[in-house]
Design a protein around this ligand. Structure first.
Ligand SMILES: O=C(O)[C@@H](O)C(=O)CO
Ligand SMILES: [Mg+2]
Length: 268
């Protein structure tokens, strides 16, 4: 059974952010992820993880000015120094939370612009090497243009090619089933082809981005496929509950009993 991680940016938003850890644990989750921790001190997050016995599965490195519409800096040629500083910030949170992988967002830039391509390649290589020194993985996530118009990394094949080309052992793919279905379809075959490089998985129904099992994909079938492919990483529940978070967790009941505490290497 997949190891599900509650996404605390989208789930349990009935409560303030720092109270969502308790809510996730009460609901039966043993792992969490979120987009960004940076509005809260690292110690406050680490304390919640410890208190509620949760593993931090993933979070994103700083994305630039999110409120102004920035969605990462990696493909922006003039922002490399800022990106490097952001990586150091992210690493402080990684150390506090014990997370084993971080997501680097590409940014809004034309996918066919050669300067953006060169900047992205350089930023990804530099960040992966920096994270390798801390024994962390770096993950890259293709994102569909309906949710993020103009996002640079909008193609699973482009991401896979870059990961293969760079050949860095800690550089992996963040396979969001929701984005894959919207961008390409053929999700099962892509999972099979790309599994050796998958470092993190996320789930949501398509097209609504709600609870698994409520959209056009057979999500339970995809979770079984992950098992049969031997995927033992996390599946982040990155969906907007259609109603209340707790009320929408019926799909999770079938998996809840199988959620086990993670090995100490991934505990804070
Ligand atoms: O799918 C997404 O949108 C996220 O995983 C993310 O990291 C950027 O919003
Ligand atoms: Mg995602």
């Amino acid at each position: 059974m997949p190891r599900f991680a509650a996404n605390l940016t989208l789930m349990f938003t009935e409560r303030p952010f720092l109270e969502r850890f308790e809510a996730a644990a009460e609901a039966g989750f043993t792992a969490v992820e979120f987009l960004f921790p940076y509005e809260h001190p690292p110690g406050a997050i680490a304390e919640r993880l410890r208190t509620f016995g949760l593993t931090q599965a993933l979070f994103n490195l700083p994305p630039g000015d999110w409120a102004a519409g920035e969605r990462g800096l990696a493909a922006l040629p003039d922002r490399f120094e800022e990106l490097r500083a952001g990586v150091e910030t992210g690493l402080r949170y990684a150390k506090a939370t014990g997370v084993a992988r971080l997501h680097l967002m590409a940014g809004v830039a034309p996918a066919d612009d050669s300067q953006a391509q060169a900047a992205y390649r350089r930023a990804v290589a530099w960040t992966a090497e920096r994270l390798a020194r801390e024994a962390l993985d770096l993950v890259l996530e293709p994102i569909n243009a309906r949710n993020m118009p103009g996002y640079f990394l909008n193609d699973f094949d482009v991401a896979a090619r870059l990961i293969r080309d760079l050949g860095l052992p800690n550089l992996k793919l963040q396979f969001d089933l929701y984005h894959c279905q919207i961008l390409h379809g053929d999700v099962t075959m892509r999972l099979r082809a790309l599994m050796p490089m998958v470092g993190h998985v996320q789930t949501a129904s398509v097209p609504g981005r709600h609870e698994p099992g409520t959209g056009e994909m057979n999500d339970a079938r995809l979770f079984a496929e992950l098992d049969s492919l031997g995927y033992d990483g996390f599946v982040g529940c990155e969906y907007n509950p259609a109603g209340g978070t707790r009320e929408g967790l019926g799909w999770f009941e079938a998996y809840r009993a199988s959620q086990i505490r993670q090995p100490p290497s991934e505990a804070p």
